[in-house]
Design a protein around this ligand. Structure first.
Ligand code: XLS
Ligand code: MG
Length: 347
């Protein structure tokens, strides 16, 4: 038996204070980005998830030298705070050129913008000593099916992945699927799509997946099964644990906040597979409850981490002999009662 996994945790600066109600008054002010790094360690986190412009704000209008100088500054801040950059993701959804998609846009000049931005993102990742680039393919999809040639779009996504692998021979690409929002239908909605892209790529070992619980739920799928699928292909590079109450807007709720049993099963699948033993992070992508006041607002991060660790205890104290006995006897009624009582702390 290997030693119990010492989990390490990450989140992105967009998880602090942001995420207020788009249909109501602002109940909390934004917290300055540069001051967020000092909050990580005290909250129990050592990994920082980045978008490229979290590292270099306004990067589209900066020269390569200005970009390197800013990235070097952030690298020093991270080192001073004892933090590790987990990944950098190109933010390909706020620019005018990405309105109709980035890599799959119908416009050649928009696609050229997306590729240029992606190269800059890889350069920024390398400049802060990070070898992972996350592709959350936000706008790669359609609002009406006839607007794009979907088969061509898939080819373009694969060409982009290959071009990235070729541009930098060491980076890994972690594809984060999501089925909808902002588009009506996204082209890479599930981890199965991401894994297929990986195998089709020119270097499958360097193309993996990142599974966000809420995104799997929005696809009508069980996050723990999605994770198990990726793990069975050794393609789970990271997770974004959070929760989601049914098929509605992307809620990024606290981990376990909507379905504690589903959260337990995600932890169980990760723990049973030894996820984290090779340094993989437990990433959280949670937003504070929209009505929450304060500055900075961070309790959702601390609490989601705490719930994860309690669930690790629940997984480790599960009587696996008994589970096996119920499986062997196909007594799933007894198994379900045992699981529910175990979660409630009833003997
Ligand atoms: C949005 C995504 C984003 C990624 C990084 O839903 O989850 O937060 O993790 O681009
Ligand atoms: Mg995410």
């Amino acid at each position: 038996m290997s030693n119990p996994t010492q989990y390490r945790f990450s989140f992105g600066p967009w998880n602090i204070s942001e995420g207020s109600d788009p249909f109501g008054v602002d109940v909390r002010s934004p917290f300055p980005h540069e001051e967020k790094y000092a909050l990580y360690r005290p909250l129990g986190f050592e990994g920082v998830q980045f978008h490229d412009d979290d590292v270099v704000p306004g990067m589209d209008s900066l020269s390569p030298d200005q970009i390197s100088a800013k990235a070097a500054e952030v690298k020093t801040i991270l080192a001073n705070q004892g933090l590790t950059p987990e990944f950098v993701a190109p933010r390909l959804w706020f620019a005018e050129q990405t309105t109709d998609g980035a890599y799959t846009s119908n416009s050649a000049s928009d696609r050229a913008y997306a590729w240029d931005r992606t190269k800059k993102c890889i350069d920024i990742a390398r400049a802060i000593d990070c070898k992972a680039v996350v592709l959350w393919l936000a706008r790669e999809g359609s609002y009406i099916r006839e607007s794009k040639d979907a088969r061509l779009a898939y080819q373009r996504l694969l060409e982009t992945v290959n071009a990235m692998l070729d541009y930098d021979k060491e980076i890994e690409i972690w594809i984060e699927p999501k089925p909808n929002e902002p588009t009506d239908q996204a082209y890479v909605p599930t981890i199965g799509h991401a894994v297929a892209l990986s195998y089709a790529s020119s270097d499958p070992k360097r193309v993996k997946g990142l599974i966000e619980s809420a995104h799997a739920l929005l696809a009508g799928l069980d996050p723990s099964d999605e994770m198990a699928f990726a793990l069975s292909h050794d393609k789970l590079a990271s997770v974004h644990l959070n929760d989601q109450n049914g098929l509605k807007y992307d809620q990024d709720k606290n981990f376990g906040g909507a379905n504690l049993r589903a959260a337990f099963n995600q932890v169980r699948v990760l723990e049973e597979a030894g996820y984290g033993q090779r340094g993989e992070f437990i990433g959280l992508d949670v937003k504070a409850i929209r009505t929450q006041r304060g500055c900075p607002v961070t309790d959702h991060l601390k609490n989601s981490r705490e719930i994860f660790l309690h669930l690790v205890d629940k997984v480790r104290s599960l009587d696996n002999g008994l589970v096996q006995q119920y499986r062997d006897g196909r007594d799933y009624e007894a198994l379900e009662l045992y699981i529910l009582k175990h979660l409630m702390g009833i003997k």
